[in-house]
Design a protein around this ligand. Structure first.
Ligand SMILES: NC(=O)c1ccc[n+]([C@@H]2O[C@H](COP(=O)([O-])OP(=O)(O)OC[C@H]3O[C@@H](n4cnc5c(N)ncnc54)[C@H](O)[C@@H]3O)[C@@H](O)[C@H]2O)c1
Ligand SMILES: O=C(O)C[C@H](O)C(=O)O
Length: 332
């Protein structure tokens, strides 16, 4: 009996066997994210990389009894960490302290993300790259520019992870409406900072909220990150909810790669939606498929108020995106 169970649980079809690398795996997000990825049965090879501490995290996570190998890598081993990766998740970089904006992280995190993107382009150019490091509105364009400079850019395989905004929207809406957040699906579009985060409440059951309640709810979703930064009081920003969000998004990317149908998540991608207005990247609902991005959905019907919010988001996004692009041009 025992051997039968063992045989069954250790057989994985090639279509459901993926290598996932986490860059920044020993950090506040990286550790719980690595644990949650270990629980994903599509992940058969988990590569944990950090400047320090990854082998310890890997040894710890490796004892969780799922069918994957886990290995930790130090900086001189980044090639081995990345080679043959199907998905690379990047939570490397510094988090905010109270009083800072995500954009204040740019000076430190831009070069971290640029250097990791160079390694990804060299050693795993076909992997799907999922960027968590802030400011996402600028770090995603940084990865794109690095991949372009190395002639391996595939816009279908680059994603800014905005899933935490989607999780918060579900939770916060449910608190106002007295409903179960599990059943609250809110599309969040735009980008991942302040006013660039636009929840489309008019597309939910809660389109008739009074203006004051609606505005407070939208503000809470846009600035939910600040609540955690303030509560942690200098010890960083969201890590546990972000790990859940990152694991959910990585799981959806893997579901898409495996050819599962109707896998849809909002995510910040190289998007045609507002390119004619100079917005090169935008978050909207994306169907994920075997090649990464399959379909980028338009925003659907918006209220007049949401039209205004999207307009404001676009202006900020244009400058955030430009900042990332210029950084790589000036600091190749
Ligand atoms: N996208 C989102 O929704 C979202 C949510 C929360 C946090 N974040 C961002 O995620 C990032 C990480 O947050 P955290 O709380 O885990 O921070 P942290 O400081 O706890 O961990 C960051 C980890 O990155 C590692 N690191 C730094 N430079 C590296 C490099 N060059 N190569 C490999 N590893 C490197 C550090 O050693 C550390 O272990 C921050 O930029 C934060 O703003 C994004
Ligand atoms: O707020 C932050 O700085 C971290 C993250 O982007 C978040 O939304 O929680």
């Amino acid at each position: 009996m025992l051997s039968k169970v063992a045989t069954r649980s250790f057989s994985s079809s090639a279509a459901n066997a993926y290598k996932v690398a986490v860059l920044g795996a020993a950090g506040g997000i990286g550790q719980p994210l690595s644990l949650l990825l270990k629980l994903n049965h599509k992940v058969t090879d988990l590569a944990l990389y950090d400047l320090r501490g990854a082998p310890g995290v890997a040894a710890d996570v490796s004892h969780v009894p799922t069918n994957s190998t886990v290995k930790g890598y130090n900086p001189d081993q980044i090639e081995a960490a990345l080679t043959n990766s199907d998905v690379i998740v990047i939570p490397a970089g510094v988090p905010r302290k109270p009083g800072m904006t995500r954009d204040d992280l740019f000076n430190t995190n831009a070069s971290i993300v640029r250097d990791l993107a160079k390694a990804a382009a060299d050693y795993a150019p076909n992997a799907a790259v999922l960027v968590i490091s802030n400011p996402v509105n600028s770090t995603v364009p940084i990865v794109a520019e690095v991949f372009k400079s190395k002639g391996v850019y595939n816009p279908k395989k680059l994603f800014g992870v905005t899933t935490l905004d989607v999780l918060r929207a579900s939770r916060f809406v449910s608190e106002v409406a007295g409903t179960n957040p599990v059943h609250e699906k809110v599309t969040v579009v735009g980008g991942h900072s302040g006013i660039t985060i636009v929840p489309l409440l008019s597309q939910t059951e809660h389109k008739s909220l009074d203006t004051e309640t609606r505005d407070a709810l939208i503000h809470r979703i846009q600035f939910g990150g600040d609540e955690v930064v303030q509560a942690k009081d200098g010890a960083g920003s969201a890590t546990l909810s972000m790990a859940q969000a990152g694991a959910r998004f990585a799981g959806s990317v893997l579901d898409g790669l495996a050819g599962e149908k109707d896998v849809v998540e909002p995510t910040f991608v190289d998007s045609p939606l507002f390119k004619s207005e100079g917005v090169e990247f935008f978050s909207s609902k994306v169907t994920l498929g075997a090649e990464g991005v399959k379909t980028i959905h338009n925003l659907g019907e918006l209220s007049d108020h949401e039209e205004e919010l999207v307009k404001g988001a676009k202006d900020t996004l244009i400058s955030n995106i430009k900042k990332g692009v210029e950084f790589v041009k000036q600091n190749p």
